[in-house]
Design a protein around this ligand. Structure first.
Ligand code: AP5
Length: 184
């Protein structure tokens, strides 16, 4: 059973690698960005509240995210492992996750941080071209990452649960290292 948290800036490859590893480990890949994009496309109340934050590259308010992730982690397919991608995104979300996991008698194995330099991130995201992948919004997402999400590296390092991986390599090399590190 594996319970992993994927950290890293926008474009680092969290979604790409989390999806591959989740397939190998046969656990759900839980991406808060994907859950939010589904909510936006279905025009749910959550989606309507989240859309403007996402379009501007801002974080969606914690209360909305916390409810969404609580509901997702309580689904039965998450009983036997998961990979979280894009959550937690700030220290208060990380503290909430610790509390929630305690409540449901779970814990995580490690937080995996994919490291990629800024200039490479921008090139990757512009090439992908998602709705929030234009230069202005990418720069804002990177600022938000440095200000709010990067502190989680120390948060998990202090707990001795951080694994850093060089994400600036061909995708299959990154996957191979992740497989080795997670022993699958
Ligand atoms: P989210 O969807 O989480 O976006 P993100 O963090 O900006 O991450 P990305 O999807 O851009 O990058 P990634 O690291 O997953 O890279 P990927 O594998 O796709 O969040 C979107 C928005 O939702 C946020 O801005 C916020 O508004 C909101 N949100 C989400 N979670 C939230 C939360 N917890 N709290 C508050 N708000 C939240 O790869 C990127 C590209 O690079 C792809 O084209 C891929 O093919 C390519 N690539 C990947 N690996 C490599 C490689 N090794 N070499 C070359 N190319 C590669």
């Amino acid at each position: 059973m594996a319970r992993l948290i994927f950290l890293g800036p926008p474009g680092a490859g969290k979604g790409t690698q989390a999806q591959i590893l989740a397939g190998l480990l046969q656990v759900p890949h839980i991406s808060t960005g994907d859950l939010l994009r589904v909510a936006v496309s279905q025009e749910t109340v959550l989606g309507m509240k989240a859309q403007s934050y996402m379009d501007q590259g801002e974080l969606v308010p914690d209360l909305l995210i916390i409810e969404m992730i609580r509901e997702r982690l309580l689904q039965s397919d998450a009983n036997n492992g998961w990979i979280l991608d894009g959550f937690p995104r700030n220290v208060s979300q990380a503290v909430f996750l610790d509390k929630l996991l305690k409540e449901i008698d779970q814990t995580y194995d490690s937080a995996i941080n994919l490291e990629v330099p800024n200039e490479i991130l921008i090139v990757r995201l512009l090439a992908r071209g998602r709705k929030d992948d234009n230069e202005e919004v990418i720069r804002r997402r990177l600022e938000i990452y440095r200000g709010h999400t990067e502190p989680l590296i120390d948060f998990y390092r202090d707990r001795q649960q951080l694994i850093s991986v060089d994400g600036n390599r061909p995708m299959d090399e990154v996957t191979d290292e992740l497989k080795q590190l997670t022993q699958f």
